[in-house]
Design a binder for this molecule. Sequence first.
Ligand code: PXG
Length: 438
Amino acid sequence: MSATPNNLDAYWMPFTANRAFKAAPRMMVAAEGMHYTTGDGRKVLDGTAGLWCCNAGHARPKIVEAISRQAREMDYSPAFQMGHPKAFELASRLVRLMPGALDHVFFTNSGSESVETALKMAIAYHRLNGQGERVRLIGRERGYHGVNFGGMAVGGMTANRKMFGSLVTGVDHMRHTHGDPRNFFAKGEPEFGAELADDLERLCTLHDPSTIAAVIVEPVQGSAGVFVPPKGYLKRLRETCDRHGILLIFDEVITGYGRLGTPFAVDYFGVEPDIVTTAKGLTNGVIPMGAVFVQKKIHDAFMQGPPNAVEFFHGYTYSANPMACAAALGTLDTYAEEGLLTRGASLAGYWADAAHSLNDISIVADIRTLGLIAGIELRSIDGKPTARAFDAYLKCFAAGLLVRTTGDIIALSPPLIVEKAQIDEIFDTIRTVLQQVA
Ligand code: PXG
């Protein structure tokens, strides 16, 4: 296989400036540990764990072995009215990672599908409880919950919504939590703004809380640019949901599987939602898979009616696909052996100090960090929003570092195996590049 295909036309690339890419392609052809290899043979340090998903780094032996073995043993088995042992083993192991009552798992193939699944579960749950009028869904400005219709509707990123019609009805959004200058350059959770959670109370008054099925938030907003919730904010959301019988959904597609230095954001913030959506780090990004964790009360509400009836009319051909289950089990083994689900906690201080050392650069407007995530917000060039960050992205790539940008924000989320010397390398490279794009 050639690293330089001679025709780039047919492939319509996702979330990509297709014409610009095809005029100057950037190809990845191999990956191992903390590094990619490019088509022209350069090593690139992975500052983003792929797309927030390769939490154990690349080409990890346990995962490679697990999927090779599984491909020989059994490639696929029907997902409906049939089971295979690894699906049950995986679910049992996953719920042990979750606190409290989050003791059942439904499998999907992506974060987007996990979100759709969770929203459908929430609406159906209320209906099963005799509250069929609870159909409204509340999201948040700047939220990202994938690209399917439900997730798009509850999401709050304008560009992801405006082209696609009227979406799902009965959806509203809370205010986002970003913008208080007193919180700029905060390490960890910012001090100010817990009261922004009261925006949910406002929406309850507006719509009548008995019409609201669920509230969905990312515990830390990722895609829109790394927005860490103010201290006490998530607890306050939980309290409001409890007061009004509304289900709380945490979308942990990014924060799950060790990203914050705890297995899940649920642990980090000490707030227990009713449903948790995950994907990405579940299989280390190797095979597509998502998992939705639900509280017992939700699962049990479905387990009624004739025992031979399907309880939840939902599922995917590839729910609990055997290859995906094998990848997930190999991933959990790797996480356990290397302590990766909590390793971020021991590096978070070093990581934050390194990120915040960029605060003397004139074009840096804000720096936000939590666990092994960082967002570096740049001052936009007048009349050219996003241009400066994208220029920095290209220059970092040329200098051997993969970062991710959204708007004029550089987002970082390295594999959890990152070493201190590599953290230094990440921020030294970014410093040099930011001086070039200033
Ligand atoms: N929820 C959240 C919180 C996400 O971050 C999804 C749902 C959708 O997952 P899928 O697997 O359907 O893509 C996501 C995905 C980025 C970036 O650079 C973020 C995502 C995907 C790709 C890039 O910020 N998040």
